[in-house]
Write a protein that binds this ligand. Sequence first.
Ligand code: SAM
Length: 341
Amino acid sequence: MSSKEEGLQPHDLPLEFAAKTFNTAHPSFRFWMSNSFPGKVYTHSAIERLLFNFPDNIAWAPYRDLVLKTRARYLELGSLYLLDRMFPGIPRAYPNRLFDEIWRMSVFGYVKPHRFESRFKEAWREINEEIPASKEVFENRDWMNDWIGKLNASRPGTYFPGWVSMEDGAFLYWAVRVLKPKCIVQTGVCNGLSSAFMVMAMERNGGEGKLYAIDFPYIYDPEDPDLNLEAVYGVIIPEGKTSGWIVPESLRDRYEVIVGMAEEELPPLLRRLGRIDLFYHDSDHSYDHMTFEMEEARKHLGPGTAILCDDVAWNQSTWDFAKRHRYPAYNYRGAIGAVFL
Ligand SMILES: C[S@@+](CC[C@H](N)C(=O)[O-])C[C@H]1O[C@@H](n2cnc3c(N)ncnc32)[C@H](O)[C@@H]1O
């Protein structure tokens, strides 16, 4: 056995390693096990929508039955886009900008990744050309990649920066640009690349906009190098740094990090904030914990807002939550789940 193989690897965990929660790195894992179909837009049947999905935040109540009935038919046929073109003034069945954007890209309820191309191209142009702080974000990311490379070359097992891919980062940036939230709550930060994408989007949105993030960080300890490898499957922050360190000083007035467990810190944080506009989960991906976080966040999210969940294929909690409350939902690349309120 080589020294690399001596450390714990993600695929060493059993296929179902917590209640209703799967190890997606396991060779036997399949997306259908968590009812997670990449690209799928989860809506409910027309009857369910007519019965349960009345958007009560809109002032056009006298017309809503007629509009919803018409809308539901067209939604079913996948022709919302055409209808919007013909009657741009008609209010939406789901008054949610992010859902609308995603629905317009869907064909028979699926969105292919390439349909994001032009949106993400514009997002990258903005990030690189219009947000000066992005340079520092990517310098910090490169430094971290270097650091982790050296660590992995010198230690058994494999350590990870534990952050979103660049595609998922672009999705988060784009979602924040579309929704224009004033208040975002995040759980699970680690080095903070996902936070950086959302904070950069809020900076580009202008005006108010703040991200409140909760994280219980695992920081590398050179005195006890194997400690964190066992505890968090190698997801790590370098010594001397802490959660969200990647977010540059110039964006810090839009960013507050709370160090602690989401189980304890999330309810008081939400109570302090009152209403929030977007919730992003990337902490403990067990079915029960994700359900807890989504239900807590829901109490503080109004119509037109959204919940985004990272690593959504680990379990089916996002789709169960959406179904329980009759919200439409979407699976971005099998990586990020979105629920539209
Ligand atoms: C995958 S990382 C987050 C990565 C980050 N979203 C990004 O893409 O840049 C998960 C983080 O959540 C933290 N975490 C796990 N369970 C937690 C809990 N119950 N409460 C707070 N933080 C938790 C881990 O320590 C780690 O820092």
